[in-house]
Design a protein around this ligand. Sequence first.
Ligand SMILES: [Zn+2]
Length: 372
Amino acid sequence: MTDTNGLASPTSVRALVLLLTGVVAIAAGLVAFVASGAAALLAASPALVAAPASGPLNADAIPPHARYLAPWVVRAGSICPQITPPMIAAQIDLESSWRADAVADNPPERGGPAIGIAQFQRGTWASWGDDYDDDGRNGPDDPEDAIYAMGRLMCDLVAWASRNITANVLKGDPLDIAWAGYFCGRGCIASAGGVPAAGKAHDYPHQVRSRIGKYTLEAGGTGAWRLPLPADSYQFVSRFRPPSRPSHDGVDLAAATGTPIYAAAAGVVLAARCDSAYCDRPGNPNLSGCGLLVNINHGNGIATRYCHAVRLAVSAGEQVQAGQLIGWVGSTGRSSGPHLHFEVHRNAPPLTAANAVDPLSWLDSAGVHIRR
Ligand SMILES: [Zn+2]
């Protein structure tokens, strides 16, 4: 993708359109760019499409090797309300199929190679990139940085598109214009008066839209419950308060380290923290506490707890949807191996031993079956 700065000021767009028309065919790298008046009219014909359904990110749809990037997709999709996490995921899918080492050749006069998971060119990276994950690396080949930079650029593009639609300079749907602009640059959009009438830049918004559904969790809505782990990812290993463990206030589901943990229902995160002496490495059966834990308040007195995560994806105070990624299975705290310890509480908060109920019967009553 390319992106040229300088067209963002609404007052200068008309003048710049005229200025750029001659050079943009080279600058934009658009194969099927046509600058004739007829083509411009065609491109300007309204392509009003309803905004894609927005829901929480379906992290399961990300290929396993890249699933650890889900929190960055959520961050990048939370910068502005128009660009959601499923949209970011769809665009990463289209740009690189989640390959951080992707490089697409592009001659220097078209901005040089497109690099990394979000296919940034060096010039664009200079404007939008940074070491967002603070790992000392700052480049389009750093996937965390690149995903967040994509979010920033997309938010700016959609605001730019909206301003120019209002000013009657561009025509079309602001999201489609922003997506096409990500691909071919603002100059190419300005000369076409919107999404170009043909070619790769024309197809790009359609290709993003067609991928959004796969990265969107079906709307759960208030009261809808789901499994806290992907189906088939776990083994039921311990029940609620068996005779041998009368103080075991939840169920244990063994799963591989790194398996996504989902909010079992919509709610607000009450706590997301380390509850043990340490959580930077696996614990052991002699350590006390729940390790890295998340508590969620679902309202009506219902709350859930998730223990022993290797890493968390939410923080206290955050609103979550049913099925939203909240962390990854680990073995922190009092634990002898990677598993999710899951509790359900009634008449909470606070979550106490006295108000813990059997998660199996609770979920059964909500129509969700934990395999055992
Ligand atoms: Zn347990």
